[in-house]
Structure formats: structure tokens, C-alpha cells
Design a protein around this ligand. Structure first.
Ligand SMILES: NC(=O)c1ccc[n+]([C@@H]2O[C@H](COP(=O)([O-])OP(=O)(O)OC[C@H]3O[C@@H](n4cnc5c(N)ncnc54)[C@H](O)[C@@H]3O)[C@@H](O)[C@H]2O)c1
Length: 273
């Protein structure tokens, strides 16, 4: 028996990284998964793999930042499934834009539109499909929503917004039996990190991954599967009394204040399990 048997789950941003890992995990646990992504073509292999393993999944082309696209998607979900049990708002983009005075306004608008407005829009249009029977919404914030990064004010603003939007939605829908929580991943090995920091094969990318040995107390990047496990907890009845909460999945990065001793202690860097 799966932990999500008979549940219908929508996952946005499901082509790669955290979304793709969560699609597989939810399907393994018995859910019917609607894999929505702006790059629908790239979701099709995952959907095929799930079907071959006896699971239930389909792909759907969706731009979460476009209201009409989300409205039409919700209409399709209503006609096809009637109700939705789980919504994982995972689609997101990130890009460095320089310091605030030089940060391109178009980039700021774009990141807010996909990450924050997208989370609002899918919630707004899919919530009516959850309110009769209850459900679980999981939003994807970031450790960058709780603390800030150099040159990434647009992303920091969007993710900080998602964390507090989560609390607002949790209160609004508690009496409808809909729980709303967020996950704040730290640095997770996905194509998004390849774009920002360089791939494992590139020199800059290798340096970045090496630096995680002291940046993250657990001494490494996280995997998409490790975030998918937390999404599963929040999606399932195991978290039935959890709402309005943010769970950090960052290998301990936000647990410390002064990194000086870690920086100076050689054994800290060498002693990674
Ligand atoms: N990887 C990390 O270190 C990290 C850390 C913190 C938070 N996050 C967040 O996790 C989420 C997933 O990121 P990831 O690392 O797996 O990245 P990723 O780039 O592998 O996946 C993002 C997915 O979102 C899709 N997408 C982008 N714009 C979209 C749109 N307008 N409409 C629909 N889909 C769209 C992309 O096609 C892609 O499939 C994002 O919200 C990201 O901000 C990632």
C-alpha cells in the first residue's frame, strides 16, 4: 500500500531536478501525478517511465506565470479529475542580476512572476478543487527566502514572499481542511545549480561544490530525492497536524551564525561523511 494511494497530485516544474524526483516519488507511493511544466516535451520520458512501472502520470504544458494558462489548466483538471488532493508548487527560476541599483527591472519582474506570482496563481485556481474534500499544498521557497545572497535580490524577494504567502494561505484554508506548507531547500544538485554555479565538469562548478564542504555542516550538496522525501511527508497524512510551516532542507546552513571557526578548522573540511 502506498502513502498516496487514490490521491491526485499536481506538480509544477516537473521536467528536471526537484520536481522530477518528486513526480517519481509520488507515483511510487500510488498517486496519479499531473506533471505540469513550461517544457512539457521534457516531462514525457518521466511520464513514460512511470507508466511502464505500472504508475499513473500525465504531462501538461503550463506557464505558471500566465493567468490564462493557469485558469485553463484548472478547468482541465476539473473536467478530468473533478478534485485535486495535492499541489506541489515547485516551478521556479533564479538568476544573478547584480546589486540592487544595477539589477535589471525585467529580470526582477520575471523572477517574481514565475516564482511568487506563479505560486499565487496555481493556488488561486486549484484551491476550489480541494476545498470540499481537503488537501495539501506544498510551496517551494528556499533558504534564500530566509536569508539573502549577493546579487540575487529578485530571487530573495520572491522566495521570502513565498514563505509568508504560505502562512497566509494556511490560515485562509485551515477550516476547509487544506494544509499549506513550504519547503526551503539549500543547495541541491539540479540543473538550476549547474546554471548558477557551473556543472560538475566545469572548473567554477567544481570549486563551488568543494566550497560546500565548509558552507554546509553536512558537508555536501543535497539531492533532489532528499527534497522529494520532505515533500512526500507534507503531502501525506503523516503531517496531518502541520500547516503554515516551513521546513528547511539545507544540510544545516541556516543553523549557524559565525562561520569563522569552521573556516579555520582544517579537520572540518576534511571530515565529510
Ligand atoms: N536547486 C537548488 O539548489 C534550489 C534551492 C532552493 C530552492 N530551489 C527551488 O526549487 C524549485 C525547483 O528547482 P530545481 O533546482 O529543481 O530547478 P530546475 O531548473 O531543475 O527545475 C525548475 C523547473 O521549473 C520549470 N519552469 C520554469 N519556469 C516555468 C514556468 N513559467 N511555468 C512552469 N514551469 C516552469 C522548468 O522547466 C524546470 O522543469 C525552484 O522553485 C527553485 O527555486 C532550488
Amino acid at each position: 500500500m502506498g502513502r498516496l494511494d487514490n490521491k491526485v497530485a499536481v506538480i509544477t516544474g516537473s521536467a528536471t531536478g526537484i520536481g522530477q524526483a518528486t513526480v517519481k516519488r509520488f507515483a511510487d507511493e500510488g498517486a496519479t501525478v499531473i506533471c505540469a511544466d513550461i517544457k512539457e516535451e521534457e516531462v514525457k520520458d518521466t511520464v513514460e517511465e512511470i507508466k511502464q512501472n505500472g504508475g499513473k502520470a500525465e504531462s501538461y504544458s503550463l506557464d505558471v506565470s500566465k493567468e490564462e494558462s493557469v485558469r485553463v489548466f484548472a478547468g482541465y483538471l476539473k473536467d478530468t479529475y473533478g478534485t485535486i488532493d495535492i499541489l506541489f508548487n515547485n516551478a521556479g527560476i533564479d538568476e544573478e542580476g547584480g546589486k540592487v541599483h544595477e539589477y535589471p527591472t525585467e529580470l526582477f519582474d520575471q523572477i517574481i512572476a514565475v516564482d511568487l506570482r506563479g505560486t499565487f496563481l496555481t493556488s488561486k485556481y486549484i484551491l476550489p478543487l480541494m476545498m470540499d474534500q481537503g488537501g495539501s499544498i506544498i510551496n517551494t521557497s528556499s533558504m534564500s527566502g530566509q536569508a539573502a545572497d549577493l546579487d540575487r535580490s529578485g530571487y530573495n524577494a520572491a522566495k521570502g514572499g513565498i514563505t509568508n504567502f504560505t502562512r497566509a494561505a494556511a490560515i485562509d484554508y485551515a477550516r476547509d481542511g487544506v494544509r499549506v506548507n513550504s519547503i526551503s531547500p539549500g543547495t541541491i544538485e539540479t540543473p538550476l545549480v549547474d546554471e548558477l554555479a557551473g556543472t560538475k565538469q566545469e572548473e567554477g562548478g567544481q570549486e563551488f561544490r568543494e566550497a560546500q564542504k565548509w558552507v554546509a555542516p553536512l558537508g555536501r550538496l543535497g539531492s533532489p530525492e532528499e527534497v522529494a522525501s520532505v515533500a512526500l511527508f507534507l503531502a501525506s497524512d503523516d503531517s496531518s497536524y502541520v500547516t503554515g510551516e516551513d521546513i528547511t532542507v539545507d544540510g544545516g546552513v541556516l543553523a549557524y551564525t559565525w562561520p569563522g571557526k569552521m573556516l579555520m578548522d582544517k579537520s572540518w573540511k576534511e571530515n565529510v561523511k
